[in-house]
Ligand binder design. Structure first.
Ligand code: ZN
Length: 76
């Protein structure tokens, strides 16, 4: 009877530890999917009109540009 009680306690601890770990992994996976699914903001180049991701755009005095050459051409 004593061994059965010890076995049940070990089983419950292992089950609790495992379910907590699984919940953490599910949360991490959900967070990763949320980041991957987020839309990328696009801006049009003020010189040629090509759309580029906002984080890659070159910002000038008259707006965003696709590259430094177009910023220089538009603002000179
Ligand atoms: Zn351009």
């Amino acid at each position: 009877m004593k061994y059965l009680l010890i076995f049940v306690v070990i089983f419950l601890v292992a089950w609790k530890w495992r379910s907590a770990r699984t919940a953490d992994q599910m949360e991490l996976r959900r967070e990763r999917e949320r980041k991957a699914a987020a839309p990328t903001e696009m801006v049009a180049c003020a010189h040629c009109g090509v759309h580029v991701p906002a984080r890659d755009a070159v910002t000038g005095q008259r707006g965003a540009y696709c590259c430094d050459a177009h910023r220089a051409l538009a603002e000179s």
